[in-house]
Design a protein around this ligand. Structure first.
Ligand code: HEC
Length: 138
């Protein structure tokens, strides 16, 4: 009887280790986030709009800060509870992407990054938010 318990415990431990290894592997595999060409080449219709009412900033603080952090450094209060490390918006890896790519990722999300397509519906608001991500990189 004791032996059986031991074996079951051992098996449970082994499967736990395997499982966490697989999830880690999947997260790493996902590091390349492909964006359809229709989005990478998409023009930002509000690229030159001056956001006098700071709509982009307000939306960022309301919807993104929790995970991405107040200054977009990937250090929001929820970030440490996530399995995936969040990119630093002030760095070139993000700033080198086209507005359309960032727009796509934020609208459709992936893994723990929520999709905002249904939450932020106004086109101008969406792009003003993208413009704000650019500001974080300045
Ligand atoms: C619940 C936490 C959470 C919230 C809220 C959140 N994000 Fe994210 N975001 C993530 C995570 C996690 C990733 C990385 C996902 C991945 O690589 O699979 C990410 C990735 C991104 C990326 C892609 C970065 C890259 O590596 O290319 C963009 C752009 C982005 N988020 C924008 C936003 C914007 C804009 C908002 C607010 C409207 C927002 N996120 C809100 C968790 C969050």
């Amino acid at each position: 009887m004791k032996n059986k318990i031991l074996i079951v415990t051992l098996l449970a431990c082994i499967s736990f280790v395997c499982l966490s290894w697989t999830t880690k592997f999947q997260a790493e595999q996902d590091s390349n986030w492909e964006v359809p060409e229709a989005y990478t080449t998409m023009k930002n219709p509000y690229a030159n709009t001056i956001d006098t009412e700071n709509v982009g900033r307000a939306l960022f603080l309301k919807h993104c800060k929790l995970c991405h952090g107040q200054y977009g450094k990937g250090d929001g209060i929820m970030a440490e509870n996530l399995d995936i490390e969040i990119a630093d918006f002030t760095k070139a890896t993000i700033q080198a992407q086209t507005d359309g790519s960032l727009y796509y990722k934020f609208l459709f999300g992936r893994n723990e990054m929520p999709a905002f397509k249904a939450k932020i519906k106004n086109e101008e608001d969406r792009w003003l938010l993208i413009n704000y991500l650019r500001k974080l990189g300045e």
